[in-house]
Design a protein around this ligand. Structure first.
Ligand SMILES: Cc1ncc(COP(=O)(O)O)c(C=O)c1O
Length: 362
């Protein structure tokens, strides 16, 4: 009998991107992946176009230029920055580097799916901590710690809930966690939060030896299609991750576009202003329609349809039919809800109009 090569049996769900759920391919308005409303800085676009004229040569494998730009901007050590093909890749490297079979990883139940996927791929058991009113519960995370706990992942502010926890709570969590448990703080949406008691992971834990912070160019910077993200941590941790980082993992045009984007803070502020204005507007519009939602501190809203007569699946379908793609929340285990990214002014107006029609509200 002929025998064939057999892959390992890796137990992990596949990440289902929002778009692949959308069969009709007619989405004119994509409000499903929390990408920037205004898109990339024109300066980043210009760099991208310029650099892409020449792709016969490999990129700088260590992305030194971009790391220097980031180090200048955030006043941090360039040698403790690692670049990834999206922050996704940083999570992957962390899991590969730290996990083995039998380890446990704690994630909030309503948290970014990628953490649990890479944890499982690397043999760990994923333990879920409960939220408190759609906000991360430090208390419940600490309750779930066992001898086997190796990593705790949190995003702050969190996807898909849009809520945040304070600097005080972050520090309390770190203090109470055993020192050999790695805390990963995902800063993907930190730029949008203007609350006084909020501090990004990077700012809170700059010099902690058992915390890794991650950031991305996919959200506020509008470069999701280029795949750039980064991680920051102690020399020891970053050197462990660098050992297994694939070479040339960020392309040349991506490196240069990202550098230009970091330098263009006025573009960034424009996006923040736009999103924060619309976040308030959408909140009150949804409230008028009796759609429940948290006050979001990010560029998306988690909306619940319990108080209206129509369920979230139906709303999703009707929106999709009219060319608006939002995100279903079944995979996150949040019932009867959708996540809606804040788009451009005209996209938001279209969404609100359509939603009113669906719910029969005038
Ligand atoms: C909390 C969070 N972290 C990270 C990412 C992924 O970012 P990247 O595109 O850098 O892999 C997302 C994207 O949805 C996210 O919501």
């Amino acid at each position: 009998m002929m025998r064939f090569p057999k892959p390992n049996n890796i137990v992990a769900e596949k990440y289902v991107a929002g778009m692949s759920l959308f069969k009709s391919k007619l989405a004119k308005i994509k409000l499903s992946a929390n990408e920037s409303a205004l898109g990339p800085s024109p300066k980043a676009k210009k760099q991208y176009l310029e650099v892409s004229k020449n792709f016969a040569r490999y990129p700088d494998s260590d992305g030194t230029f971009l790391r220097k730009t980031l180090a200048n901007k955030f006043k941090i050590d360039k040698n403790r920055i690692i670049l990834g093909s999206g922050s996704d890749q940083i999570f992957e490297l962390i899991c590969k580097s730290f996990l083995k079979k039998g380890d446990e990883v704690i994630v909030p139940k309503f948290s970014f799916i990628i953490y649990r996927i890479y944890s499982r791929m690397n043999g760990a058991k994923v333990i879920y901590a409960k939220e408190n009113n759609f906000t991360i519960s430090i208390k419940d995370i600490l309750k779930k710690v066992t001898r086997k706990t190796k990593i705790v992942f949190i995003a702050n502010p969190n996807n898909p809930t849009g809520t945040y926890i304070s600097k005080k709570e972050l520090l309390f969590l770190r203090k109470k966690l055993r020192s050999n448990i790695l805390l990963v703080v995902d800063d993907a949406y930190f730029e949008y939060v203007k609350q006084k008691d909020y501090f990004s992971g990077l700012k809170t834990f700059t010099n902690f030896k058992n915390v890794v912070m991650t950031r991305t160019f996919s959200k506020i910077y509008g470069l999701a299609g280029l795949r750039v993200g980064w991680g920051y941590g102690s020399k020891e941790i970053i050197s462990a991750l660098n050992k297994i980082k694939p070479p040339f993992n960020v392309s040349r045009p991506a490196l240069f576009a990202a550098s230009a984007a970091v330098k263009d803070s006025s573009w960034l502020n424009k996006e923040i202003k736009h999103v924060n204005k619309w976040s308030k507007k959408m909140y009150s519009e949804f409230k008028k329609m009796r759609i429940e939602t948290n006050k979001s501190f990010t560029n998306f809203l988690l909306v619940k349809f319990d108080k209206v007569k129509i369920n979230s699946t139906k709303v999703f379908r009707l929106l999709a039919k009219s060319g608006i793609l939002v995100r279903k929340m079944d995979v996150y285990g949040i019932k009867n809800s959708l996540r809606i990214t804040i788009g451009t002014t005209s996209e938001n107006i279209t969404l609100i109009k359509k939603m009113r029609k669906i719910l029969n509200v005038r």
